[in-house]
Structures are given as C-alpha cells and as structure tokens.
Design a protein around this ligand. Structure first.
Ligand code: B12
Ligand code: SF4
Length: 421
C-alpha cells in the first residue's frame, strides 16, 4: 500500500518569508516511489494547531516530516529563538501517534541535540533528495538502524527537475517581500570556523535542469529570484558555464546571490551581469587567519569591488569581525578599507553565534578566558541550541569605529534584508 507522507513547514518567521523549496525538491525525489506526498505550509497560518488537526484527521498519514530551517535568527540584536514554538507544534503532532522525521538546515546544524530537544524518532542531515527515498524504503521494511541518516553521504540527484509552485502559494510570499529561490549545488568548500556549513562536499546540479526549472517558473510569471545556494562560487568553471547558459536564454528576469571572495575572475562578473544578476552579498571576514585559510586577501576584495562597479552589479558586504584573538587593529583595518573602497553597504556582525561541533565552539569550550565574552554562561552539557554568542565588542565600540557613516549597518539593529536596500 502506498505510504502517505505529510511534509510540514512550520517556519512562520516573515522577515522576509522564505518559500520552503526543499519540500518541493523532496516531493519530486519521491515521485517514482510508492508514496503519496502532501505539503502543509504554515508560514502564513493564523491558527496553526487547528490547521494541522484538520489536515491529519481528514487525510490520515503514515509519516510526518517537519522542516526545521532555522534554530534562531542567528543575529544577536533582536534575536528570535524558534525551537520553543516548533516544540509546541511537534508535541501536538505526537498526540496523533504518527512517526515523525525532521530535516532542514537548522536541524542539520545540530541534529543530535535537536532530536533530543524534541524527542523525535528520525532525522536526515543535509540534502535529502537521495537520502529520503533510502530512508523510506528502510522504514517501510522496519529496517532503520540509525535514527539519523547523513544525507551528505548520498548527495543530490543532479538530474532532479522539481515541479514547482503547485503545492505552495508563491504569490503570497511575493506580496510579503519574499523571493523565489533556486539552487545550483549543495555544500561549501570554505573552512569558516564558526559556520555550520563549512567543509561540506559540493555536489552540483545539471545546468540544463537548473535552467529548465527557472524557465518554467518564469513562464508562470515569477521573475525575481534569490539564489538559494550557501555561496554561488564554489567552482569557477561551473559558475561561468551556468551564467553563460543563463545569459544565452535572455530571460526577462533578475536575480541576486550570496558569494564568497574566492574563486572569481573578471569574466565571472561580466557573465553574472549578462545573466541579469543585479546584487551580490559577499561574505567577508576581517581576521587575516580566516581570510588566509579561505584563500583571499584585501587585494581580492579590492578587485571584486572594482569588477562589480565595472559590470554594474550592486555589492553589499556581510562582514564578521572580532573573532577570538583577533586584534582591534584588524577590525579598524577592515572598516577603514570599506570607507575607502565603498560597496553599496556593509552589514557588520560582531557577535558570533556558537553551534556545537564547530571549530569556534570547541575553541571556546577549551579556553576559559574566552568564555568570559559569552552572552550567557555555558551550561553543563551545553548544546548551544538556546542562542549563545561570543563577542569582543559592544555596540558602542563599533559605533565609534564606523562614525555614524550610512555605509555601515549593524546586523539586527537595522532589520532590512539586502535586496530591499
Ligand atoms: C538562501 C538562504 C536565505 C535566503 C532565502 C532566499 C529565498 N529565495 O527565499 C534569505 C536571504 C531570504 C534568507 C533569510 C534568512 N536566513 Co537563510 N539561508 C539561506 C541558505 C543559504 C539556503 C536555504 C535554502 O533555500 N536551501 C535550498 C533548499 C533546496 O534546501 P533546504 O531548504 O535546506 O532543504 C533541503 C534539506 O535541508 C532537506 N530538508 C528540508 N526540509 C526537510 C524536511 C524533512 C522532513 C527532511 C527529512 C529533510 C528536509 O531536504 C531539502 C532538499 O535537499 C541557508 C543555508 C543552507 N545552505 O541551507 C541559510 C540559512 C537557512 N539561513 C539562516 C538564517 C539565520 C536566516 C535568517 C533568520 C537571517 C536573518 N536573521 O534574517 C532569515 C530567515 C528567513 C526565514 N523566513 O526563515 C541560517 C539558519 C541557521 C540557524 N540558526 O538555524 C542558515 C542555515 C545560514 C547559516 N549558515 O547560518 N536565507
Ligand atoms: S563561505 Fe559561507 S557557507 Fe561557506 S563556510 Fe564560510 S560562511 Fe559558511
């Protein structure tokens, strides 16, 4: 008998609202399996629990999957911690005695800790396009040995062409400043010591399928996109081939993307511009040790700013500064650099969100002196789910350095998103 699977998006944070496209990808990955999949999107729900009750009681499901996209908003100022609300939802779903499986980027950041927090049956870390069908087959045969499956081990189905905008009300998102997303790959080869996505094997999708996916969406009237890759530029050749193909299509659309400082070359910026990329958000660290391990320097930043200007692409910077042992001179240097080489804006974060099993949290757990600069004390068996940050500076220190220049925005104090600037 066909398995009935309900995939729920409980994320109702709306600054901006984000389409749960991962659930569309999973649904597609199960197309050839004996599984009936429905998606319940609660982003705009006014009455979450009755809505869940209604769907479960009317349709009956064998398995329920919940997407845990965010643990919290990750920024110190105005931080929002989402797990307690998700717990209420999950505890309610448990009353129906249907097995639950979790996944999503937030879940993948701290899988053991989150399963423990929610006391839930199963979870998939990372991409689930290949792992979910494997899980389902084992689950149906009662052969699950591990509660957590590592999706990174299986990667993605590079041929997947998800049918989009059928199960989700895209227009509601667009009306509320949301953007449509698409992915070109999963994973990141950089080694940022604080990041939950660091050093994850990169798997690319087939360019022809990505373009087809975008083309179908454009034909349905969706013309403004935010790339949903961690950082676009993992492989320069791939990036240039993708932009070339996209530019060749001459789509009437525009897109914005996250990028890291390397790899790049001038041609990539030219092709990005020709493919209608209008805004890049560049992740930058001020600490030279982190710059070095990710193979870039101030020289690269200068070139990127120059190329963006030359090819008419807006550039905003996501700057992180004040890493443990980094000096104030280093922070002054980067602020001075951007005052001189001006992008459109520089968002500054100087509170580092700690997650278990990152290099940063391991470092702080070992060095008691660093623990004095945490926003709260470590608990016994600290799981870092309840937001905890390391900071060398206070708001006033940074305000003094930026001297009220409009160019700089302290993350979390100004709640705009980049593409609205
Ligand atoms: C692109 C992006 C954005 C874009 C979205 C653009 C768009 N088009 O909508 C923008 C800029 C808007 C954005 C905003 C925010 N983001 Co963001 N974002 C991302 C990013 C890079 C990709 C997310 C994505 O769409 N991936 C593509 C889809 C296909 O993958 P997916 O959803 O993860 O789904 C796959 C798997 O996770 C899994 N899966 C998903 N659901 C389920 C469910 C089940 C049951 C199973 C088994 C598997 C499963 O299978 C799917 C297919 O493989 C992630 C980092 C990352 N690489 O995941 C951060 C990330 C999710 N964002 C993050 C944050 C903090 C935010 C903000 C809160 C920032 C802020 N302070 O404003 C907001 C939140 C907005 C909101 N409403 O939720 C954090 C969350 C960290 C945390 N503490 O939990 C992440 C992880 C970045 C990071 N490294 O810190 N984001
Ligand atoms: S480049 Fe971005 S996604 Fe990759 S490890 Fe660094 S912060 Fe994380």
């Amino acid at each position: 008998m066909s398995t009935k699977l309900l995939l729920i998006n409980p994320n109702n944070y709306k600054n901006p609202p984000v389409l749960p496209i991962g659930l569309e990808y999973i649904k597609e990955s199960l197309r050839d399996y004996d599984c009936h999949v429905e998606i319940l999107d609660l982003t705009f729900s006014k009455d979450i629990l009755p809505e869940i009750k209604n769907v479960i009681e009317n349709k009956g499901f064998d398995l329920i999957g919940l997407s845990i996209r965010n643990i919290d908003s990750c920024i110190y100022f105005n931080n929002e911690f989402f797990l307690p609300n998700f717990k209420k939802i999950i505890d309610y779903i448990k009353l129906f005695k249907i097995p639950i499986i979790l996944g999503g980027s937030g879940f993948s950041a701290s899988p053991k800790e989150i399963l423990n927090y929610f006391q839930v049956d199963y979870g998939i870390i990372g991409p689930a396009e290949k792992a979910f069908p494997i899980f389902l087959e084992l689950w149906k045969k009662n052969k699950i040995k591990e509660k957590i499956i590592n999706g990174w081990q299986y990667g993605i189905d590079s041929e997947l062409l998800p049918i989009r905008a059928i199960d989700l009300d895209y227009n509601k998102y667009l009306k509320n400043d949301g953007l449509v997303g698409f992915t070109t790959h999963v994973g990141c080869s950089n080694q940022c010591p604080y990041c939950i996505e660091a050093n994850k094997k990169v798997h690319h999708r087939k360019i022809k399928n990505i373009i087809k996916e975008i083309e179908i969406l454009i034909n349905n009237g969706y013309i403004h996109y935010h790339l949903s890759d961690s950082e676009f530029n993992q492989d320069l050749k791939f990036c240039k081939r993708f932009c070339r193909e996209l530019a060749r299509k001459k789509f009437d659309f525009k897109w914005t993307l996250y990028m890291k400082p390397t790899p790049y070359d001038e041609e990539m910026f030219q092709l990005l511009s020709e493919s209608n990329a209008y805004l890049i958000t560049l992740s930058v660290d001020s600490y030279d040790k982190i710059q070095k391990r990710n193979n870039y320097s101030y020289d690269d930043l200068e070139k990127i700013i120059k190329y963006c200007k030359k090819y008419n692409i807006e550039l905003v910077i996501d700057l992180l500064t004040g890493y443990p042992y980094e000096s104030i001179e280093s922070t002054k240097k980067i602020i001075g650099f951007f005052k001189k080489n001006r992008p459109k804006s520089v968002g500054i974060s100087f509170y580092y969100r700690l997650f278990n099993n990152t290099e940063l949290s391991d470092l702080i757990k070992k060095d008691h002196k660093l623990q004095e600069k945490l926003t709260r004390s470590f608990l016994d068996n600290e799981d870092c789910l309840n937001p905890i940050f390391y900071h060398q500076y206070n708001k006033e220190d940074i305000q003094e350095l930026i001297e009220d220049e409009d160019l700089f925005k302290i993350a979390g104090i100004s709640l705009e998103v980049n593409y609205q600037l």
